[in-house]
Design a protein around this ligand. Structure first.
Ligand SMILES: [Zn+2]
Length: 495
């Protein structure tokens, strides 16, 4: 037997949670052919993994790779910020927004030199917009149209449907009905819940109801207690998830290992008011005399909920020197405004994102440790050094492993690897990935348990992590000796 690639002398941690063991991994083409003592085998290429952990590649089911900065994967297919973390498969289309049609997008991505595997969810927000349902309750005809689109997305390879940022006129029943064809096709329902703040428990109740009514397995996106009014709810959230699981619902959640979120500055202004301004002719109508008092009240309430304007830091998607990296408190002072007004003005400016320091460390840990929670980045593709970034775009996986598992002792290596690999892969139907075993596809991340660590911070976010020398995608090294290779072995994946 001659292997195309032999990974020699490492400790195999296979992703199932089973104890690690010394073994070689022999790869033929894009598949793992054998795991064991392969010292007598011939090989065309070899990677020395002595002293290193040989793990399945990390699977990020919560990513926004299809869109946002620089237009996403179609414009910047070969960026390294995910693969350098050990990510071998990304699922985009989260939080309700995705490309459309799915098949056309996937074909376009397939023709490009991507470094890791890439699949998508279809966003229900996108379906609703494409179906031109508008800012009102969907009619039975609307729902039928959306169901056909959901079924089409699944036919074209989506892994399920995401939702997020829905206003009140989108009812629980509407979402559950549109999710039905997703369930029939074996997809998941991944939700950025209606509230992660004061309304968190009601929002979770809704997500569970949608799963139970539609038949979809449920994925709670970036589970968190957002803001001061939700900080005491983590225990109840986890108890509700446990109860739903006991009733038979397949509900899990993903979590990034940071206490700050990243989202549009527009969150400062209540959603209903933004819609009202749009209906008046554009977002600048927030300044109208008939609206301004309500905008002020809503924005002040929001700033109170995050614990003050110092907890909101501007991180726009395009360089904006007057606000880049500064807090809302600071920018408001420089402009001689009250913070709520600066928040409104930045909402009107557009393309302004923020980092919101709104979570408590003990809650983050409680979520990470829960048996139904696994790793997910909520990240994006990023060009090194360009624009302000959330450190999760560079550090999610090494931080789960190096900081939380090794340094803080939250998990052993087998358990943290399981949460980065087989748990997300199984949940999303990536049955040939996420575990190391003969005949599985050869996606491998080879890292040092002693040295793996994130180096990107909120202040200085554009840094690749350390301690991940080799990443193999579909049998081909995408990262070797700590550097991205000339190869682009990623593929589009479809359910
Ligand atoms: Zn989200």
């Amino acid at each position: 037997m001659t292997f195309d690639l032999l990974v020699r002398g490492g400790t195999v941690v296979d992703g199932t949670g089973a104890p690690g063991y010394a073994a070689d991994v022999g790869i033929v083409g894009d598949r793992i052919h054998a795991i064991g003592d392969l010292s007598a085998a011939d090989f065309r290429d070899v990677i020395d993994a002595a002293g290193l952990i040989v793990s399945p590649g990390f699977v990020d089911v919560h990513n926004h790779a299809c869109s946002e900065m620089d237009g996403g994967i179609l414009n910047i297919p070969d960026v390294e910020n995910q693969v350098r973390q050990g990510v071998t498969t990304l699922i985009g289309g989260n939080c309700g927004g995705s490309p459309w049609p799915i098949g056309e997008h996937l074909d376009a991505a397939d023709a490009l030199p991507i470094r890791q595997n890439y699949g998508v969810l279809v966003g229900m927000g996108t379906i609703r917009a494409e179906a031109q349902v508008g800012s009102e309750r969907a009619t039975p005809e609307d729902i039928e149209r959306m169901q056909r689109m959901a079924a089409q997305a699944m036919d074209e390879g989506a892994f399920g449907m995401s939702s997020g940022y829905f206003p009140d006129f989108v009812t629980t029943e509407e979402i559950a009905q549109v999710a039905r064809p997703i369930a029939e096709a074996g997809g998941v329902y991944a939700t950025h819940m209606r509230s992660e703040a004061a309304g968190l428990l009601d929002a979770l109740r809704e997500a569970i109801a949608i799963g139970e009514r539609s038949g979809c397995p449920v994925q709670i996106a970036h589970i968190k207690c957002w803001g001061t009014r939700a900080w005491d709810k983590a225990e109840q959230v986890l108890a509700m998830i446990d109860e739903a699981r006991e009733r038979g619902l397949d509900i899990t959640a993903d979590r990034y290992p940071y206490v700050a979120s990243f989202s549009g500055v527009a969150n400062i202004v209540p959603h209903a008011l933004r819609i009202e301004a749009d209906q008046r002719g554009g977002i600048e109508h927030l300044r109208d005399e008939e609206m301004i008092d309500r905008v002020r009240e809503g924005a002040e309430d929001f700033i109170d909920e995050v614990g003050g304007a110092q907890n909101i830091v501007f991180a726009p998607l395009e360089p904006m020197p007057d606000i880049d990296g500064k807090s809302l408190e600071q920018v408001a002072a420089e402009r001689g405004e009250e913070p709520w007004r600066t928040g409104m003005e930045m909402t009107i400016r557009g393309k302004v994102s923020c980092i919101f320091f709104t979570m408590r460390e003990d809650n983050v840990r409680a979520f990470m440790r829960h048996p139904a929670v696994f790793a997910g980045s909520d990240g994006h593709l990023r060009v090194l050094g360009k624009g302000v970034s959330h450190p999760r775009n560079y550090g999610t996986w090494p931080r789960w492993i190096g900081h939380y598992a090794r340094d803080e002792g939250l998990f052993g290596v087998e358990e943290v690897v399981r949460k980065c690999t087989s748990m997300p892969a199984r949940k999303f139907g990536l049955h040939e990935r996420g575990e190391l075993a003969p005949r599985r596809i050869a996606d491998l991340t080879i890292f040092s348990w002693e040295r793996i660590i994130d180096t990107a911070t909120f202040e200085d976010p554009h840094h690749y992590p350390r301690g991940i020398p080799h990443v193999i995608v579909n049998g081909v090294p995408a990262v070797r000796d700590g550097e991205a290779t000339e190869e682009a072995p990623g593929r589009v994946v479809r359910l």
